[in-house]
Design a protein around this ligand. Sequence first.
Ligand code: AMP
Length: 457
Amino acid sequence: MSQQKQKSQIIDDEDPVTPWIKGSFQAARGVRDILPNEQKFWQFARQAAEEIARIFGFRRIDVPTFENAALFDRSIGSQTDIIAKELYLISGKDEIETTDKLLALRPEFTAGIARAYIENGLQFWPQPIKLFTIGSVFRHEKPQKGRYREHFQIDFEILGDDSAKADAWIILSCWELLTVLGIKNIEIQINSLGNAESQEKYRKKLKSYYKPLLTKLCSTCLERYEKNILRILDCKEVSCIKHKENAPTTIDNLNDASKKHFMAVLNFLDSFNVAYSLNPYIVRGLDYYTHTAFEILVSNAKEDKDQLKGAHHQLAIGGGGRYDDLMKQIGGNATCGVGVALGLDRLVEIMKKQKVQVKHQSHTEIFVSGIGARALTRAKNLVLDLLRAGFATEFAPDKPSFRSQLKTANKLEANYTIIIGEREAHDNTCIIRDMKSGIQEDVSCDELVSILNERLR
Ligand code: AMP
């Protein structure tokens, strides 16, 4: 036995799912492949998101994977973790790389969509504009289960609508999407940060509250105290969580306009039967939020406790809120907006964990078998007809016998095999074999497409 042969046998002996990686490349840290056998969940979730987008009036937009880094810096905020620690900077080879010209992979969608809105004059289209997108975003985070450096988000945004209905519409869209996906144990936690005036007052109060506690905070929170005090409320360190409990809340510091907006949002949610709870400490990680801020969580099974790091056994699957000052911040006319991002990777993870039944779509619907020269010619024509009629069709002309062809059809999990022998080729007929029951029937080739349409569509 040659050395080469020995080696290939060793590979064949291994679990086919485990790639042979010795001496070959591996995916970069924090990213992963989504293999064909997982795709049914992803496809189901993407299709559901597209359908929800359609019925709620969101139109598809695609924005570039990378933008000028300054856009993210200006909108998300230079002191946020996403910008300060997690932004992937890339070098454009033909640019002189001054700080202004650096490019960055998108760490989220809202900034790019807001830029596209301004740049393409969408403010002159009839308002409001509801936009939707799906794609990957990049964050240089510490990789761990459920946290990737490239992950996928579903994003809904409503621009040019300052009404409370728009906030509720965004949350309702998510609620409906999660219902369609069959995800259980959802919790929507909501808060209001108020408008700029309320936020300024609140920041001052928070500063005076934390001033005497500075020695008891973690080192990151000391920095946050100086640069972005709201983020102290997001800290997961036990010592900082403890002091959060007595901290002033945003809700208690809303001015009248902010209070009115928030009450109206809650009112809409009540009318839409969306269950929510108030969480006065939700501030979200990004600088651009005003008024409504919310997170969508799913309660997890006990075995997940370890990886949740004290997050009350809940996993964040989405979050969003209102950002009325963002457009001005990045050079546009004052335009209000509200949006949400749902983590597609986590939706899929939870669908699997909660054993959501996703219809298994057979990859191959029809297998065509033709034995004999004349039958094979006829089979080739039929394959083309069936492909053009929209059926996922396969055939295996290199397999010499009917038996081996049928074996291939079984392996491909075809729903039906169309059998053509010499007699059928001569009569312009074929045999339809139901691969589950094994029942066979003779039909005319002219009727085949309509018969298959009836059975498969
Ligand atoms: P964020 O913009 O950070 O609120 O993210 C929105 C949603 O994306 C979160 O609720 C998560 O479901 C998901 N998400 C955020 N970061 C990651 C990550 N590193 N890996 C996987 N999913 C993520």
